[in-house]
Design a protein around this ligand. Structure first.
Ligand code: GN1
Ligand code: MG
Length: 343
């Protein structure tokens, strides 16, 4: 740690390194000075998953340059450059990058008020809108097929053939729930060609938004998964993670409900920035976005469970099974909610 901090021009003696955040893939620390003020955010990026660290740095640099040139007033958190002039410190066990901690800002982990959902949704909408003049095809694909639902379904089918036989048997209920919802894959196949390819964040959880002290959204952070993509990824992951008072970690599924006021806040917040940008066919798929993302996450957790937990970190036996069941329940609650909306 000392050497990594040194590379970023930070002396270990003057700071404390404190674990921070709850991501499943990357590890994050806060670098706090002796007076207790947060100064930097340090992240170790999981190289099993992000195989080309330089591609992430490339994308961030490109977007940074574009926003600084065309929207200089927008707060974009650029990475700290190392003493050798790089964005990353590469070590044998992975690579690290650092961001300045922007004073008087904070992140939140749980969406408690519709206003927070509104602020976050408008920030993600704004980010895509500001980059609408930027050629998304210039971006490197940091995770190929990340939100390709059809491929995720094929990976699920493959796991049914080659996965852990005991787990497959025991997960019969969830497996059939996934199969019963296959029409979501068909709908995705039918509409994706008609959607506009945009600069998409692909990880719109609430902790990826910076708020000021008054609770206004300032900007989005965590740009590893910025790639060309479809609006349903960003809008849908907000629905997946803001609508319900409990997260994908919750084991008591009776707590999984859809909060109508939050649904409204997400859609109006996102459209407050993006309504002029969405095409007619996209507007017709606003309700589909949540189903798409929740279903895909259920498939990913269940597939990983059947494959003996090779992707997501697990803390107890059957953890990914619980997460998958949680997401299937959330999907069912959302489907009931949407059918009432359109009734
Ligand atoms: C992973 O690590 P985290 O929480 O930022 C995953 C997302 C999932 C999420 C589910 C690169 O994100 O796609 O939605 O877990 N990121 C990657 O908690 O796979
Ligand atoms: Mg992330």
């Amino acid at each position: 740690m000392k050497e990594i901090l040194f590379q970023f021009g930070v002396s270990e003696e003057k700071f404390q390194v404190i674990p921070f955040g709850s991501g499943l893939i990357n590890t994050t620390w806060k670098i706090v000075d002796k007076q207790g003020y947060s100064k930097f955010i340090l992240q170790k990026v999981n190289q099993q998953i992000f195989k080309q660290p330089d591609d992430i740095a490339f994308n961030i640099r490109l977007i940074d340059n574009y926003l600084k040139k065309y929207f200089p007033g927008y707060l974009f958190v650029s990475p700290v450059i190392t003493i050798t002039g790089n964005e990353l410190v590469i070590t044998d066990d992975g690579f690290y990058r650092m961001f300045p901690f922007i004073t008087n800002t904070h992140t939140i982990d749980v969406v408690e008020k519709p206003q927070q959902a509104y602020e976050a949704a408008s920030q993600f909408g704004k980010f895509t809108k500001l980059l609408s003049g930027f050629d998304a095809s210039l971006l490197k694909i940091t995770l190929p097929d990340f939100h390709n639902l059809s491929l995720r379904y094929l990976q699920f089918e493959k796991a049914l053939e080659t996965g852990n036989a005991d787990r497959i048997q025991q997960a019969a209920g969830l497996i059939s729930a996934i199969k019963l919802n296959k029409r979501i894959v068909d709908e995705y196949e039918g509409c994706k060609e008609k959607f506009t390819i945009r600069v998409t964040h692909h990880d719109t959880k609430i902790s990826n938004v910076l708020f000021d002290e008054a609770g206004n959204g300032l900007c989005v952070i965590d740009l590893d998964t910025i790639m060309p993509g479809y609006f349903i990824s960003d809008l849908g992951d907000m629905m997946r993670t803001y609508l319900c008072p409990v997260s994908e970690e919750e084991k008591d599924f009776s707590k999984i409900i859809i909060r109508a006021a939050f649904y409204e806040a997400i859609v109006t917040g996102y459209l407050s920035e993006m309504s002029g940008g969405l095409t007619e066919i996209e507007k017709k798929h606003i309700h589909f976005a949540g189903e798409f993302m929740i279903y895909m996450q259920a498939i990913r957790f269940l597939t990983d469970h059947l494959n003996d937990d090779i992707y997501y970190g697990v803390k107890y036996e059957g953890h990914n099974f619980v997460r998958a069941g949680n997401q299937i329940t959330l999907l069912q609650r959302l489907q009931e909610f949407i059918s009432k909306l359109s009734a």
